[in-house]
Write a protein that binds this ligand. Structure first.
Ligand SMILES: CC(C)(COP(=O)(O)OP(=O)(O)OC[C@H]1O[C@@H](n2cnc3c(N)ncnc32)[C@H](O)[C@@H]1OP(=O)(O)O)[C@@H](O)C(=O)NCCC(=O)NCCS
Length: 198
């Protein structure tokens, strides 16, 4: 007897990106940036930003650079693999006076809107932080748009705090951007010296 069949939900695959993922990385980067922030900019400025940062050439150079790592969240479908989200991490390039040469940065963390609040953001975030700290604790930085309160809550929950601001160029537009930091280890007060008088 025929029984009602339902297609099982496909669990997305999360994996480290490799040099052959240039097209997938470029496409998901441009799509998620446009989904999240596209409404904020004139089209000419948005296109200039996408071309400069997320073109095939920019994505190829990122994937070829061993100071950076990228991850893709994908699902298998009739048209092959489709990227649902991604993350990029690397050495810190933020314009803050206290950035040290060994500091790391979570540079991008994006999901398609259908996957927001799915828990995948936390999974991708953890993978990126594990990679950044593969040799031990490290001070970590994240840059986030001043009005992206959801992402700021997300980072604060993971121990990051706001330590500065700067202007982030998107074409001719200048966004107000916050810099968040999580120190490698909590600062300890120096031990008090027995017998010292103060
Ligand atoms: C930020 C993001 C990757 C988190 O992934 P997620 O799977 O939604 O996160 P989780 O389910 O693991 O955790 C949920 C938390 O994510 C944050 N979040 C949820 N939706 C969000 C959204 N549209 N934009 C930003 N942050 C969001 C919130 O902090 C939320 O928890 P809260 O509602 O209790 O505050 C994802 O929401 C996203 O891609 N947002 C849009 C792109 C973005 O803002 N990226 C960060 C740029 S700095």
């Amino acid at each position: 007897m025929a029984t009602e069949s339902s297609t099982p939900a496909v669990t997305p695959v999360f994996r480290r990106a490799v040099p052959g993922d240039v097209a997938a990385l470029s496409q998901i980067s441009a799509r998620t940036f446009t989904d999240t922030f596209g409404h904020l900019y004139p089209d000419e400025d948005l296109q200039a930003f996408l071309q400069e940062n997320y073109s095939l050439a920019a994505s190829a150079s990122l994937l070829a650079d061993d100071r950076f790592a990228a991850w893709l969240l994908e699902k298998d479908g009739a048209q092959g693999q489709q990227a649902l989200g991604y993350a990029v991490a690397g050495s810190c390039g933020l314009p803050h006076a206290e950035v040290q040469p060994g500091d790391g940065e979570l540079k991008r963390l994006y999901l398609l809107p259908a996957l927001h609040n799915s828990g995948w953001g936390t999974r991708m975030f953890q993978a990126a932080l594990d990679w950044l700290q593969r040799d031990g604790p490290r001070t970590l930085w994240i840059s986030v748009w001043s009005e992206n309160l959801g992402a700021q809550r997300f980072y604060q929950r993971h121990g990051f705090e706001k330590v500065g601001e700067y202007e982030f160029p998107v074409g001719r537009v200048r966004d107000r951007e916050f810099m968040f930091r999580r120190l490698a280890a909590p600062r300890l007060d120096p031990p008090s010296v027995a017998g010292s008088s103060q």
